[in-house]
Structures are given as C-alpha cells and as structure tokens.
Design a protein around this ligand. Structure first.
Ligand code: PMP
Length: 429
C-alpha cells in the first residue's frame, strides 16, 4: 500500500478483498501509531471524526520533503524552490480530481475547513449579504459552519434562519420553500453531521437554493474522507474540508469555489503571494487560486497530502463507504443491545456515516470516555463543537465513537464489552 502515487486500476490494492471489501487488518499495518498499547491494552482508535491517523506514506513524505526538497514556493529560482513548488501545486491537481472540480483555479488551500468557511463568510458574505437578507443553515451544524454566519448576520443586519431536524435526526424539509425565500443569499449546510452521522441530500438543497438565486456552501469535513464526492454533480457553489480528517497532515484545508464566484470575491488575507503588482498607493490582485493564498502556505503539509489522497484512491472511495456502512450497521446493532444507551441519529446505516454519538443513562460522557481510555479505547466526549444541537438532543454532552478504514468489527465488540464494564465499574452493573 505504501507505493505512493501508483495507480492500481489493473490490480486492486491488497487491502481490497475479493468482492470489494476493505481488509482493515491489512490497512492497520500501514499506520504506525496504531501499533501501541494504551494502559496495557492494544489501542483501539475510535476518534476519527476528530482527526484520523496517518499512514507511513504520509509520514515519510513529510520527512523526505524536509530532508531533500524544502524551500519556499513560487518565488525561488533555484532547484529546491522548483521542487517544492511543483509538489505543492501537484497536490492541488490531485485534489481537483479527487472531488471532480472543473479547474485547478477553483481549489484554494486554507488552514482547514474552519478557515475556508470564514473565508467565504468574510468575502462573499460581506459583499453579498445586506440588511434584511437571509442566511439559511441547519440545526445540525458544527460551530465552524454556524458562528461565521451568526457573526455575518449580526454585523450585516441579516436574518439567520435554521432548517429544523426531526426526531430521527434527518433534516425536516417540510417548510423548506418558505425557509429558503427570495431574500436568501447563502445556504450553508453540512454534508455529513459530526454528531448524528446524518448524510444530507445536498443535491436537493443546492437545487432549491439555486431556484431562489442563493449560493450554497457545503461543509464536507465529515463527508470527503468517507464517501465519493463530486462537487459538480452536487451543485455546490462552495465546498470545504480538512486534510487531517482524511489521513493527511494537520494545518491544511481546502476551499472549492466556482470560478466565477471566486473571481468576483475580494481577497481574504492581504500580504505576499496574493498580489500581482504593488505600488506605494495601489495594488492589483494575483490570479486564482493564489489571490486567496496570502503568505507562506502549509507547504510540507500540502506536499504530504498527496500520498494520503493516493492511499484513499487506491482503496477506492466506494469501497471505503461500503466498509463504513457495514461497520456502522454492526455498531448500531451491538450498541442497541445495551438498553441503557441512547443512540443519536438515523438508524439506517445507508443514510449515515460512522460517527455514532450515544449516552449512558447513568454515566457522564466524560467519565465514560475516561473509563474507555483505561481499556485502550479512544473516543470523544463533549458537545463535539455543536452545542446548540447537543442541547436540542436534551443533553449537555455525548460520547462519540467514530470509525475509519482501519477499524473492524472486533473493535466494536471490544467497545461493547468496555461499555458494560463501565456499568460495573461505576456501580450500575
Ligand atoms: N465541520 C465539521 C462537520 C467538522 O466535523 C469539523 C471538525 N470537527 C469542522 C467543520 C472543522 O474542521 P477543522 O477543525 O479541521 O477546521
């Protein structure tokens, strides 16, 4: 698997089993961090919605980049600068093809999904949303796709209106024609919820937004790592995600934007790289994509994101999605055997991803996560950066187990046993 950049159209990757399933045990061997024990137990990493682990190919590329290619990009005329620039820009091409954007100019590097959303709110938002206009988001947004819009609405005296969710964890679209009205300028929603796991029907919402001449931003932080995404067929005007949630380094994210929108938007940050010509009294902007990339970017991170994309492509995003549906179905069935648990989000694994939030009727999520850590199991507990949604669920926090390509059904069995052990430990057995 560590053969970076090698396309396996003729020969499937060894991790793909006959029939298309992923062999998570083989995948695991490519992830050094997973080969350790935590508190005397083999590590079971179930915090993938927060960040994923990195395969050897990504770790090695970071090292070889610093050992042999390191230089600043775009401005040097020496060999190292050329190598760094070529590798940095080559990843942009890979990203373009990974999400099927039309042009490389539509792929903007950012620090993460959060910065990408802020970029759109500060530039497109400030330019196009005025007093009395409407911004529409949903009640299942991560803070990253809520606070920038709350702030924009407050500053520009616009309305922020939420698409509600029903008791099963799906968007309630019964009033959507009045929610997305003629004053709506921006509709922003998550492709996959990081708490409920719900996969939203993005195509339907982009079509509704376009009917009212609004643009649609999709937060794909939880979707791009887990399923095939085609930004053009989704009808997305903007689509954002983070490299670290899909095997890549931290500190790097992507904003996809339709070229004509990006062209018309003012820059976000000002400084080096984003200019064409500067005089003491005036400045012209660089062309896309660099107009939005002021300063020295995350070069090593972008370079080392390429083997992460290769890794996912070698496995095949359809295979990854299928693997996660199987794991999610298994997890939902094993966890629902535990009657003291409330499990949030859709029950149908075809309609959701493998981020499963739950709560125990007696044990606080923080105590539960700490106990699971004593068993070598890493999960997340808290509001998962979605406080309003968590409150809507009637709790202050939940425990969340989230899966990826290196997880198997044994991990879920071990989680199941540990959840029962927690009941005994805390005196509720
Ligand atoms: N949106 C969603 C749905 C997320 O799950 C996250 C990360 N938890 C983000 C946005 C923000 O991503 P980042 O912190 O990498 O900017």
């Amino acid at each position: 698997m560590s053969k970076v950049g090698e396309k396996t159209t003729a020969m499937p990757a060894p991790e793909i089993m006959p029939g298309g399933g992923i062999d998570p045990d083989l995948v695991k061997q490519d992830f050094p961090v997973l080969r350790q024990s935590i508190n005397g137990h083999p590590l079971i990493y179930l915090d993938n919605a927060a960040t994923t682990q990195k395969p050897v190919a990504v770790i090695k590329r970071l090292q070889t980049y610093y050992e042999s290619d390191n230089a600043n990009v775009h401005r040097g005329l020496h060999t190292l600068a050329e190598r760094a620039t070529d590798a940095f820009e080559a990843t942009r091409d890979k990203i373009r093809s990974f999400i099927n954007a039309g042009k490389r100019e539509e792929i903007i590097y950012t620090r993460g999904a959060t910065e990408a959303i802020n970029l759109v709110a500060y530039t497109y938002g400030r330019q196009n949303v005025g007093p009395g206009d409407r911004i529409v988001i949903t009640r299942m947004e991560h803070h990253a796709n809520l606070i920038p819009w709350l702030e924009l609405a407050r500053q520009n005296k616009a309305e922020l209106v939420y698409i509600p969710i029903n008791s099963e964890g799906y968007l309630d679209l019964s009033e959507i024609d009045t929610i997305i009205n003629n004053r709506t300028k921006i509709v922003a929603l998550t492709h996959m919820s990081n708490v409920l796991g719900t996969i939203n029907d993005v195509e339907e919402i982009t079509a509704l937004a376009h009917k009212k001449k609004a643009v649609c931003l999709i937060d794909g932080a939880q979707a791009v790592p887990h399923m095939p995404v085609d930004v053009q067929s989704l009808g997305a005007d903007f689509y954002v995600f983070s490299a670290h949630k899909m095997l890549g380094p931290t500190g790097l994210g992507v904003l996809y934007g339709r070229e004509e929108l990006l062209q018309a938007m003012p820059p976000f940050n000002f400084g080096g790289e984003m200019i064409s010509e500067v005089r003491f009294d005036k400045v012209t902007w660089n062309v896309l994509p660099w107009k939005f990339e002021a300063g020295t970017p995350a070069i090593a991170e972008a370079v080392a994101f390429a083997p992460a994309l290769d890794y996912l492509e070698n496995l095949g995003m359809e295979n990854i999605r299928r693997h996660e549906i199987e794991l999610t179905a298994y997890a939902l069935s094993r966890l629902s055997e535990l009657k003291h648990l409330t499990i949030y989000g859709p029950q149908n694994p075809e309609h959701r991803g493998g981020a499963i939030a739950f709560s125990d009727d007696k044990i606080h999520p923080h105590d539960m996560a700490t106990f699971l850590d004593t068993q070598g199991i890493a999960v997340r507990a808290g509001h998962h950066c979605a406080q309003p949604l968590t409150r809507l669920l009637g709790v202050n926090s939940t425990t969340r187990a989230s899966f990826y390509i290196y997880n198997n059904t044994n991990d879920i069995d071990t989680l199941h046993e540990a959840l029962l052990a927690a009941r005994r430990y805390f005196g509720h057995g």
